[in-house]
Design a protein around this ligand. Structure first.
Ligand code: NAP
Length: 292
């Protein structure tokens, strides 16, 4: 069994991007610029945005963090996005989700210029991805592809079972793994809350991508020997032994599942770190596309 280490892999990706950015600077060019929008004070969102901004600094990107109170209304937020769309110095725009209930996430996502859609959630981006055209890829599935590539894991012909069908993880992951590219070329089964025989499905899987948000849902008796297990889940579970008062749990019961796997991602230290690497790749690609 080999651990797919998100720390090592994301660092390798960040180093590659850092080298490219240094080369741009050496030529006197401006560097890629990511603008992040954060509404309200959700603790997890604060942490995610802070680490995105920190990573930008590490690799030499410019970043702008626009913070707004929970009370901002939809029209005001759409106005901010319009300004960023029209700002030539901004390459990528990300709006940290979730947004407060009184703001339509769909409207906000659709307002982002698809050329700056580095989160990869805009319907135009999704359409291009489904059609196999060059496109941004939602950051978490992108991070998983980068990880499979980094470890040179052969995926052609494998049966992948993706648990979850959200627009940001499960659905794009299923589409990407079924594409005729590397990593990909899998036979994909997408499972969700209405799937009747989930255990039987998982037992047939060469690759399981668990993205359902149910802590330690995937148990050893659901996994066949030698499977590749990718754990996307991140759930805060109360834990009095931690200073923070909570522990982060994945969707896979790691201790019992890991001995059966050929490869497995840990939580924390796996896919979460790769998501930021995917976002940074998208931002670099946005810059390159806009510089042409
Ligand atoms: P989501 O929007 O809540 O979607 C969950 C999906 O799982 C839905 O399609 C749902 O089915 C399915 N599901 C829920 N319970 C199920 C069950 N018992 N059996 C089978 N399928 C079930 O969640 P998400 O945004 O995709 O996120 C999933 C997890 O990944 C969460 O823990 C989240 O925090 C984490 N995440 C991590 C990263 C990262 O960077 N590592 C990034 C994004 C999300 P229905 O469609 O039928 O409701």
């Amino acid at each position: 069994m080999q651990i797919l280490d998100g720390k090592i892999t994301s660092q390798a990706i960040k180093d590659i991007i850092k080298g490219k950015v240094a080369a741009l600077s050496a030529q006197g060019k401006r560097t890629p610029h990511l603008a992040a929008i954060l509404v309200g004070n959700n603790g997890a969102s604060e942490t995610y945005v802070a680490s995105k901004v920190k990573t930008c600094a590490e690799i030499g990107f410019e970043s702008t963090l626009k913070r707004f109170p929970e009370t901002i209304n939809e029209a005001e937020l759409l106005q901010v996005i319009d300004e960023l769309n029209n700002d030539d110095a901004v390459d990528g725009i990300l709006v940290q989700l979730p947004l407060p209930k009184h703001i339509s996430e769909d409207k906000v996502i659709e307002a982002i210029n698809p050329d700056k859609d580095v989160d990869g959630f805009h319907p135009v981006t999704t359409g291009r991805m489904v059609a196999g055209l060059p496109s941004f890829i939602p950051a978490t599935p992108y991070g998983i592809l980068l990880m499979l590539e980094h470890y040179k894991i052969e995926t052609k012909g494998l049966h992948a079972v993706v648990i979850g069908r959200s627009n940001i993880v499960g659905k794009p992951m299923s589409i990407l793994l079924s594409r005729n590219t590397y990593p990909g070329n899998c036979t994909v089964t997408t499972c969700h809350s209405a799937t009747k025989n989930l255990k039987e499905m998982c037992l047939q899987a060469d690759i399981i991508v668990a993205a359902l948000g149910r802590p330690e849902f995937v148990k050893a008796d659901m996994v066949k020997d030698g499977a590749i297990v990718i754990d996307v889940g991140i759930t805060r579970v109360a834990d009095a032994t931690k200073k923070s008062g909570f522990a982060i749990k994945g969707d896979v019961a790691f201790n019992e599942v890991a001995p059966k796997c050929s490869y497995i991602t840990p939580v924390p230290g796996g896919v979460g770190l790769m998501t930021i690497a995917g976002l940074m790749m998208n931002t670099y690609n946005a810059y390159m596309m806009r510089s042409k």
